[in-house]
Design a protein around this ligand. Structure first.
Ligand code: ADP
Ligand code: MG
Length: 339
């Protein structure tokens, strides 16, 4: 079926118009689904799968792989402002390698412990290496940081620094292997910056504490898994549909928090990586300008840089403005596994 992209595929075959179900507070299309199980809070659920050679290199450190398999899922809980409750792990393995399993499970369980997200079940089978984690968490309907709640005039913020994971992935794909530890990387990137960029790719830090702190402060959020421009496009699309206004966004190029690991690169290249890269697992969120001080104090309290990068406006599309006021239109398409 040529031309059937990932998001069109989901829409056409899985997100079919279904009668509203009383238990589903939020269905397909956000970072987590929200289920009403009858308690005071909603149950947040999300699943993300990592496939060998598609999402990771076969020679990756298994401890880092265990960490990342859970981290990308915790990132979806963070993006909706949910408190982690527990997780399950479905695992297909070509063979039972005790040393590999020891490292993989240690990496996963260490992160699970750090976030109070115990492993509560799963499934194990022989097959091509494939890791699928499901996370469960809780958030109230009023506090959930849904993708569809951004409104005209909101500030846009991003946590941490972005672009380094995408650069590291590109460097590894171009060279076919990682440069020797302690040695320099391509593009004039030194050994320490190379190690930092590689860590961003292999050991993302889910922003769970930030998601919790933004409850009642931010209006909407999404985690950056496929690149800022495309992920912002999802937030705008969902918010436009919800409020009936064709929203867009203006981003200030100079404000983008390009990762310090990319300091050796020309700024335009860093900006391009920050906008179009992926695997950042930072949070992009929209908030009323009246919340600027509250957001600054959250950043100081949890020790995470929070940067105001632009705003939501009522003019469709994505605009990038440079220091001289020149406007360009970055490609807002998301990474698509079937494009
Ligand atoms: P994320 O990057 O936050 O994990 P995705 O972009 O992968 O989200 O997915 C977009 C939305 O589509 C999510 O709400 C996800 O749950 C949903 N989705 C993805 N694949 C399927 C599927 N096969 N069936 C139903 N929903 C799906
Ligand atoms: Mg997500």
């Amino acid at each position: 079926m040529p031309g059937l992209g990932e998001f069109e595929l989901i829409r056409r075959f899985f997100d079919r118009a279904a009668p509203p179900a009383p238990g589903v507070a939020l269905g397909i299309g956000d970072d987590c689904a929200l289920l009403d199980a009858g308690g005071p809070e909603l149950l947040a659920v999300s699943t993300d799968m990592l496939v060998a050679e598609r999402h990771f290199f076969a020679d990756v450190d298994p401890a880092a792989l265990g960490h990342k398999a859970l981290a990308v899922n915790l990132s979806d809980l963070a993006a909706i402002g949910a408190r982690p409750l527990g997780c399950t792990l479905a695992l297909a393995l070509p063979e039972a390698d005790a040393a590999w399993l020891d490292a993989f499970s240690s990496g996963l369980l260490a992160l699970a412990g750090a976030h109070g997200c115990p492993l509560i079940g799963g499934d194990t089978t022989r097959g091509p290496l494939n890791l699928c984690v499901t996370v469960l968490g809780t958030v109230s309907a009023a506090d959930a940081l849904r993708r569809d709640r951004a409104r005209e005039g909101d500030d846009l913020w991003v946590s941490g620094a972005i672009g380094a994971a995408a650069w590291a992935l590109r460097a590894r794909l171009d060279a076919g292997r990682w440069p020797a530890p302690g040695g320099p990387g391509p593009d004039g990137v030194g050994p320490e910056a190379l190690a930092a960029a590689r860590a961003r790719l292999e050991r993302p830090q889910p922003r769970v504490a930030l998601g919790l702190a933004l409850r009642g402060v931010a209006r909407a959020a999404i985690d950056l898994s496929d690149g800022l421009a495309g992920d912002l496009g999802h937030l705008i699309e969902r918010s436009s549909a919800a409020c009936g206004v064709s929203l867009g966004a203006t981003i200030e190029a100079d404000a983008l928090p390009v990762d310090a690991a990319l300091a050796a690169l020309p700024r335009p290249r860093g900006v391009a990586l920050a906008l179009g890269g992926g695997d950042d697992y930072e949070l992009l969120f929209a908030a009323d300008p009246a919340r600027r001080e509250a957001i600054a104090s959250i950043g100081a309290r949890i020790g995470l840089t929070l940067t105001r990068i632009g705003r939501i406006d009522a003019s469709p599309g994505l605009r990038l403005v440079d220091a001289d006021g020149r406007v360009t239109r970055p490609d807002a398409r998301s990474f698509d596994h079937f494009a």
